[in-house]
Ligand binder design. Structure first.
Ligand code: HSE
Length: 446
């Protein structure tokens, strides 16, 4: 990095994370300088609205509205992009890199979609991109993968990487709170975004999975190759049924080797209450990695919110001033612009166990017909439970119908989907058939 007398940082975007980062870089600057031995400081906060910055009592002298002026200042060596979105943020990121400033970002959508392009622009300009805050908030998982775990080949990664979803699912599972109320609570606690669509649809987790898996496996990951389903269609009935069977529901982002190919998925999944990810509750995140030398390791912490994310942003800034970030960025061949597209397992080829819930007309012989379809598709049933109609179902389901829960043994997803489509055509089946993956604990490889 260029040598200047003073080393300055600029923050672009003063929302929740921008404000918390500015607070950390001002209130705790003496501690940070002492701890790192680097004499750096926050020089600018760039935004068009400073209401939040003023609420935080940040110094007026930091506020500027013109990014170009900041980029013209030779003292600024690092610009932190915290505006979110991919349109303005992409233009700003390119401008920052072309001005030969290092870029720190928390913007997972930006890197999941445009990582290859932005990394190569950075390289052309001999600057670096740091993105610890893009995945799992304050958990230093990116550094763990590219530094602490460098000796490992990784077999699989399983993550709970969205705090909003994990908060909602925890409330629904442990406290019987409705989806709508839990989402409202998450928003009131400042966990969910004002527009929570990206969170609850699973897309935010998919962005994070694309970034994490690209550096974990050293492959380019196309965001569109991730199969994504969210938590917004889950029914309390299934959460309760799963619970009775010893399962807890989590939104799991998964990337694993399957027969030499990579399988990528974000989906609400049942895990046993004994599974290491089962106790990750509320807004917390965790990532489980299975690696050939280390075996299983797990990384846990706060995955959302201003201060936890600022912790990751500031450590990136310090890494740039120390010169360690540049070294990794330059040397390692694992970054998305330096790797080849992943060889992916074709959709439907993955195998797993499933929970199914089918609402049936309650007369003799219907279960036998369903079992026959399953047999046709070579799907082995592990258990069948006929449930009572609960009050929450009573509105839509009359007494002549009954919910039946089926747990399968391991099946190919494609076969399962075909069997479901066939069962769906029976006139004694009411409504949509629900199917949820049951994720068993991954085996360590040594
Ligand atoms: N909205 C995200 C979450 C945090 O709830 O985890 C930012 O990625």
């Amino acid at each position: 990095m260029k040598k200047v007398k003073k080393q300055a940082v600029a923050i672009l975007g003063c929302g929740t994370v921008g404000g918390a980062t500015a607070k950390l870089l001002t209130q705790d600057i003496d501690f940070l300088r002492k701890r790192t031995g680097v004499n750096f400081y926050l020089k600018y906060i760039i935004d068009i609205n400073f209401n939040h910055a003023k609420e935080l009592n940040l110094d007026n002298s930091l506020f500027v509205s013109n990014l170009d002026d900041v980029l013209a200042d030779p003292e600024v060596l690092v610009v932190v992009e915290l505006v979110g979105g991919t349109t303005f943020a992409k233009k700003a990121a390119i401008k920052i890199l072309n001005a030969k400033k290092n870029l720190v970002t928390a913007n997972k959508a930006l890197l999941a979609k445009h990582g290859v392009e932005l990394f190569s622009i950075a390289r052309k300009n001999k600057v670096s991109i740091c993105f610890e805050a893009t995945c799992a908030g304050g958990i230093p998982i990116i550094r763990a993968i590219y530094d602490g775990l460098l000796a490992n080949k990784h077999d699989a990664l399983y993550g709970i990487v969205n705090g909003t979803c994990n908060y909602i699912l925890t409330e629904m599972t442990l406290n019987g709170v409705s989806y709508k109320r839990a989402l409202k609570e998450a928003q009131e606690k400042g966990l969910a975004e004002a527009d929570p669509t990206l969170d609850v649809s699973g897309m935010d987790s998919a962005h994070k999975l694309a970034i994490l898996s690209s550096i974990t496996f050293g492959m380019q990951i196309d965001l569109d190759s991730i199969t994504v389903s969210g938590i917004d269609k889950l029914d309390q009935f299934d959460i309760n049924s799963g619970k009775e069977l010893g399962y807890i529901i989590k939104l799991i982002a998964m990337a694993r080797h399957d027969e030499g190919q990579l399988s990528l998925r974000v989906a609400p999944s049942f895990i046993s209450t004994e599974h290491p990810l089962a106790w990750v509750s509320g807004p917390f995140n965790a990532i489980s990695l299975y690696s050939h030398a280390l075996g299983h390791s797990m990384y846990y912490g706060r995955g959302a919110g201003g201060s936890p994310t600022a912790s990751a942003v500031v450590s990136d800034i310090i890494g740039l001033f120390l010169g360690t970030a540049e070294k990794f960025f330059k040397t390692l061949p694992i970054w998305p612009d330096k790797t080849k597209p992943a060889a992916l397992l074709p959709s439907g080829e993955g195998k797993g166990r499933y929970y199914l819930r089918i609402v049936l007309k309650n007369y003799a012989g219907v279960l036998a017909k369903i079992a026959a379809v399953f047999a046709d598709y070579n799907i082995s049933i592990s258990s069948v439970i006929q449930k009572e109609i609960t009050e929450e179902m009573a509105e839509e389901i009359t007494e002549s119908y009954v919910p039946v829960v089926i747990i399968t043994h391991k099946v190919r997803e494609e076969a399962l989907l075909k069997a479901i489509a066939k069962v769906d055509t029976f006139d004694f089946v009411k409504g949509k058939i629900v199917y949820i993956s049951i994720m068993d604990e991954h085996e360590e490889i040594f």
